[in-house]
Design a protein around this ligand. Sequence first.
Ligand code: ATP
Ligand code: MG
Length: 394
Amino acid sequence: MKQREIMLCKYGEIVLKGANRKYFEDMLCREIKKRARAYGDFDIYRSQSTIYAEPKNEDADFDGLILSAQKVFGIAAISRAAVCEKNIDDIKRLAAEYVPSFLEGKKSFKVEGKRSDKAFPLDSMALAREIGGAILEAYPRIKVDVHNPDVTVRVEIREFGAYVSAGSIKGAGGMPVSTNGKGLLLLSGGIDSPVAGYMMAKRGVKIEAVHFESFPYTSERARDKVLKLASILGEYAGEVKVHVVSLTHIQEELVKSCQEDYFTLLLRRYMMTLAERIALERGCSALITGESLGQVASQTMQALGVTDNAVNMPVFRPCIGMDKEEIVTVSRKMGAFETSILPFEDCCTVFTPKHPKTKPELEKVLAEEQKLNFNALCDEAFETRYTVTVEPTY
Ligand code: ATP
Ligand code: MG
């Protein structure tokens, strides 16, 4: 017979929350319930800093849910556990059958017992000893090491029964999405901005995105790539609304009237201004970009100052102190890298100046900006916006 298994999710940082803790727990539980629906019928419940998911029947895709749970921010660790009655003989039998497959190729283990139900006759120490003995008998190749074991087996007596787990998988960490406000991500097709979105979502921020395109200089395929990136981000962050705005006219006007070495900076000020308008319309309290200090000319300290000067809203740049390699590591981890490196043009890469200003002075940028009717161009671009709702695919 197939062993009855449940999934246990331990919270991370939420445990530190005082009065608000219940709110965070509810949000996390809701997220897991939402995901579980895609994998079949599960009972989801919460008890003692743990969320449990128990398949209701054989059709439920338990492994699928375990994989999906690894993308839920707010969970520190996930383990699968086998369940039985609260009876020491049953628990020993279960441990002897269930644990050995987790010990393959490992040298040492230890057992941690926990008796949450104090009516159970054995205390935690005695429980651990009994179960350790049963495992050694079933799998004599392994040694006990209480200080630095390869595998930690946990046996816990809870109100609903006993369970045995062996090892755990690291969770995504952070805080449940939507517990920390809503931010508007400036999403390009590059490597950095999806990572920035991922990092802010990990801090509990609900993400909406704005993408700037420049038809016919940018293509439909470039936009589809951005929507694909939004969908990858959505595996963690849930639904992502992507607001698409055309910069074609602004860019053409910039090329006609402004000094070439200021193009990128001026364009970035338009982008930030338009992003702020969308953020206000959508109830987002901050802008998020993938900028990293010194990575390109428009990301020097002076250039970022000029960019920030265009808006009043806080601008979060979670990649600011990371080098490219570190950003790529996160990009791979979130599964975006292969898509990010597809070679499609971005509106920032059309009309790029040969010698962009790296130490711009705000006054000179503003003087350059005044050659055009900034507000009128923004109004016109703002009217081109349309929204694509990218549903989560978990
Ligand atoms: P990325 O890898 O995220 O494209 P990048 O290093 O190529 O970043 P830039 O092209 O200078 O840097 O863009 C800096 C930031 O501006 C991006 O991280 C992103 O947040 C935003 N951005 C750039 N292009 C666009 C765009 N077409 N639509 C929306 N936001 C954009
Ligand atoms: Mg880019």
